[in-house]
Design a protein around this ligand. Structure first.
Ligand code: ACM
Length: 490
């Protein structure tokens, strides 16, 4: 394979990459060496070793090395890691017979492993790495995707598949939209009918189901081992028909509605004037906080068209207190801006016209999910069978060609925590459907979230993207072969 192509194909593009002399050929003797006492490196090395063993067929034993190794190994160490690498960065150097990976933390080592994987060919050897020095760290701390498991349910194994595919592109947040009008997907012991009743619903033609607490913990732990934080969302006070159908007392009139299988929004609301509602919110968020290793609780807040603004503000005030009691950080869709923000809040900007600048002005950090660029449930073009088109048609170029700082007026780099691509599931039924809407647009989101803004260009990116065709193919990913991308296999 052409060396230059090999090194230029990394997605997301690293901060700095320099060719240098050297070569490491994998063989039966190749080892993985880890600096003593560096558990974070060891954990990542074990994960990377497994990937490389199944790829190359070589044994690749892991050794703790008291002396700096010279030859025939991949060496993981925090010694000499530069300060600029931060929490998630790494350096990766290939010299004669030696690969050295330096980082400060588990995520840094893990992401170096993802780069290493991309430096190797997609499916068949030669299993060798050419001389290079890469220094790399992310532009933004939050690089996420959201999976809507409420409209249609996705199994634990399917969610793990999504995690694996995203981790390969250095995503570090998976937001699970766990409740909506059509379904409730997580067991809450103090309100069991949410899952038992609400879990049996779905959008018309969609799949029902819910996660037990053990299954949810399993997903969270699986994500953690891939440097990814699970962000659970319970959408409040609207988007709650499934909860209202399970518990009549949460309704304003005390009467449970029928389960809902349509795709309208904005018609449902918890009885924000009733005290029982706050007991419900406290119980649900309390149990969810206890289950969730990450620091975030997403409380939705979008499209609450059945509450007045006054009611909405009072409700959000109570929710703020409840989330604070759990010790977690509140995340909400951009409608929460109108309720009054705490400076610790994270606001997920999604509407085309929204007051992003106002949220930043109150100290909140922004997660950028502009619906007209990275709502990945939007169709690629008018012929796309899956998806919707109310926000935009989003071709691969559109999903790549925007910037989180300039997409709304008046924002600065430091206002922005990162990017997240939501995938709503009204029209999705299978994991293949999920893959088709995510890929390849999600690779562009990965690059927007990670790579420096300078030097990003569609013309250059689309060449690199084309080189990921065989990589997606060996993983069995069902993806959209956009005519905008010069795929080789078309
Ligand atoms: C949303 O799309 N309702 C956040």
């Amino acid at each position: 394979m052409n060396k230059d192509v090999l090194y230029k194909d990394l997605i997301p593009k690293p901060v700095s990459i320099k060719r240098q002399e050297g070569l490491l050929c994998f063989g039966v003797e190749t080892k993985i060496c880890v600096q003593p006492g560096c558990d974070q490196a060891l954990k990542a090395a074990e994960h990377i070793a497994q990937t490389l063993r199944s790829l190359t067929g070589f044994p690749l034993p892991i050794e703790i090395c008291t002396e700096e190794p010279k030859q025939g190994c991949l060496f993981f160490t925090s010694q000499g890691a530069r300060g600029e690498l931060g929490e998630e960065g790494y350096s990766l150097t290939v010299s004669a017979g030696l690969v050295t990976i330096r980082a400060h933390t588990f995520p840094g080592f893990f992401f170096a492993g993802q780069t290493l994987r991309q430096l190797l060919p997609p499916g068949e050897g030669p299993w060798q790495l050419e001389g290079v020095e890469i220094i790399d760290y992310p532009r933004f701390a939050w690089r996420g995707a959201m999976l809507d498991v409420a409209r249609s349910f996705f199994s634990v194994d399917e969610v793990k598949r999504v995690i694996d595919l995203l981790a390969g592109y250095k995503f570090n947040r998976l937001h699970l939209h766990l409740s909506d009008d059509q379904g409730w997907r997580i067991m809450i012991d103090s309100w069991p009918n949410l899952a038992l009743h609400g879990g049996s619903g779905a959008v018309e033609g969609g799949r029902a189901g819910y996660y037990t607490k053990d299954q949810y913990r399993e997903i969270a732990a699986y994500a953690q081992r891939r440097a990814m934080v699970l962000v659970p969302e319970i959408d409040l006070p609207g988007h709650t028909n499934a909860a209202l159908a399970a518990y009549p007392e949460l309704n304003r009139d005390g009467i449970a509605p029928e389960p809902y299988r349509g795709i309208q929004v904005g018609f449902s609301t918890l009885a924000v004037e009733k005290e029982i509602t706050y007991q419900f919110v406290r119980d649900v968020l309390g149990e969810l906080a206890e289950l969730t290793p990450g620091p975030y609780l997403h409380v939705g807040g979008d499209e609450a068209h059945s509450t007045t603004l006054e009611e909405y503000k009072l409700f959000l005030e109570r929710v703020h207190t409840i989330v604070a009691e759990t010790g977690k950080t509140l995340v909400g869709w951009d409608e929460i801006i109108q309720a009054g923000l705490e400076p610790t809040d994270l606001v997920q900007i999604w509407r085309r016209e929204t007051k992003a600048q106002a949220a930043a002005g109150r100290g909140a950090k922004l997660i950028m999910s502009p619906c007209h660029h990275i709502y990945l449930d939007m169709k690629y073009n008018p012929e796309t069978v899956l998806g919707q088109d109310w926000a935009a048609l989003i071709e691969v170029k559109d999903a790549y060609g925007w910037d989180p700082v300039t997409v709304y007026p008046g924002l600065a780099e430091e206002d922005i925590l990162g990017v997240e691509a939501p995938l709503w599931a009204e029209t999705l039924r299978t994991i293949k459907d999920v893959e088709y809407m995510l890929f390849p647009r999600i690779l562009g989101v990965a690059e927007i979230g990670w790579s420096p803004r300078e030097g990003r260009s569609w013309e250059e990116y689309r060449q690199r993207l084309a080189a990921h065709e065989p990589r997606l193919e060996v993983q069995g990913v069902h993806f959209y072969r956009s005519p905008q991308v010069p795929w080789k296999g078309r």
